[in-house]
Design a protein around this ligand. Structure first.
Ligand code: NAD
Ligand code: TDX
Length: 340
């Protein structure tokens, strides 16, 4: 590996991965390729922007010519694909962009990668492909039962990766991460959304009874997990990157309020998300065999995250304007009015 294309590298987890790779492997060239959608943000990459082993290229993974050109220009030998539409609620409002990027984009990237003769293709996926799991832990051989348009589009992308491994003998690996949190996460996802809303004493719209369970993974652990699978994963295999920190949403919400010393009365139980999965839980045993371990437990990770949002208003205040407010109204206005 020498010249690594990191697609979606200006997003939340992709940027943590870029920062990690640029610092850890001075001999690699890290080329971030990103469309800069509402979720892409070059502020996430300010700390590496002057590094000699880092470059940024603006482009869409579903644009064949653009992908071919960047593969040629930088003589890319490795692709790590983080690029995706990533928010379940937006996929329920309008799935179009999810099919474009998570399915068609993954296909174009694979196809151009194959033509260019790249080495390893590492595809970043999610625990949501397994769907709701009432008890026990999903393992890598479990069947896919995706329930939201987002989850189905991620499952579709993964199946195309599998097809390229088997049909064209491409060298691929897949990671399936659990719910990730930490600095630089777009404030539409539960933890940054509730933290920044609570800071302004605004209502926290908790879906349904709040007893849904998610397994939380700190972003730096996720980024390191992708690095381990990229370097050590067996060709053709998928690896669960599970935080093994399962929490009810209501308990995460109360922890945030306690850290901020805000009252529980900010919590509003609003009408549920459509098709809402009750529980995700994965086994991380297979990734552990590669030597991957989480360094952050949930309490330390959440404290560091909440503190980061308190100290970095410059980053999130300018995001919570314009398009963000349109989305907020569409997603929450009726829900909050229903419980007023
Ligand atoms: P994000 O929404 O913060 O970032 C996505 C990035 O992809 C953005 O920079 C965006 O501009 C870019 N992008 C979108 N469409 C593109 C396109 N067509 N071409 C090029 N770039 C494009 O997402 P995230 O939370 O950092 O997630 C990264 C990956 O990890 C995704 O594949 C997601 O499915 C997966 N994942 C996320 C989580 C989580 O909890 N956030 C958990 C498991 C897996
Ligand atoms: O306003 C909210 N109220 C609420 O109760 C929001 C935004 C979320 N929730 C609930 C829904 C989920 O049960 O909190 C939980 C977490 O929600 P999200 O942050 O939207 O994450 P989730 O839907 O679980 O999906 C995440 O994990 C898997 C990421 O967004 C995906 O990209 C990843 O693949």
């Amino acid at each position: 590996m020498k010249n690594i294309l990191v697609t979606g590298g200006a997003g939340f987890i992709g940027s943590a991965f870029v920062r990690h790779m640029v610092a850890t492997y001075p001999d690699y060239q890290i080329i971030c390729f990103d469309k800069l959608t509402y979720a892409g943000n070059l502020d996430n990459l300010l700390s590496v922007s002057d590094e000699t082993n880092y470059r940024f290229e603006h482009g869409d993974i579903a644009d064949r010519e653009c992908v071919a050109s960047v593969l040629r220009t930088y003589n890319i030998d490795t692709i790590v694909n983080f690029a995706a539409e990533s928010h379940v609620d937006r996929s329920i409002l309008d799935p179009d962009a999810f099919i474009h990027t998570d399915v068609v984009g993954a296909y174009i990237l694979l196809d151009e990668g194959r033509k260019h003769g790249i080495g390893r293709f590492c595809h970043v996926s999610t625990d949501e492909v397994y769907g709701d799991i009432e008890s026990g832990y999903s393992t890598e051989d479990d069947r896919f039962l995706p329930n939201s348009p987002y989850a189905a589009s991620k499952a579709g992308g993964e199946l195309m990766v599998r097809a390229y491994q088997i049909t064209y003998a491409m060298d691929t690996v897949i990671t399936r991460g659990s719910n990730t949190y930490g600095p630089y996460q777009y404030p539409e996802k539960l933890i940054p959304f509730f933290t920044t809303e609570a800071l302004d004493d605004r209502p926290l719209p908790l879906y349904g009874d709040g007893k849904q369970i998610r397994d939380w993974l700190y972003v730096d652990d996720h980024a390191r997990g992708v690095d381990v699978v990229l370097h050590c994963g067996e060709s053709g295999e998928a690896y669960n990157l599970a935080g093994e920190n399962q929490r009810h949403n209501i308990s995460v919400t109360e922890d945030i309020l306690e850290l901020l010393q805000k009252p529980k009365s900010l919590i509003k139980h609003v009408p549920d998300r459509e098709g809402h999965d009750r529980r995700y839980a994965m086994s991380a045993a297979k990734a552990r065999q590669l030597g991957w371990r989480c360094k952050f437990n949930f309490e330390a990770g959440l404290q560091a995250t909440v503190r980061w949002y308190v100290e970095n208003e410059w980053w999130w205040r300018k995001i919570k304007t314009g398009e963000y407010l349109d989305y907020y109204r569409q997603q929450y206005a009726k829900r909050l009015a229903a419980v007023d």
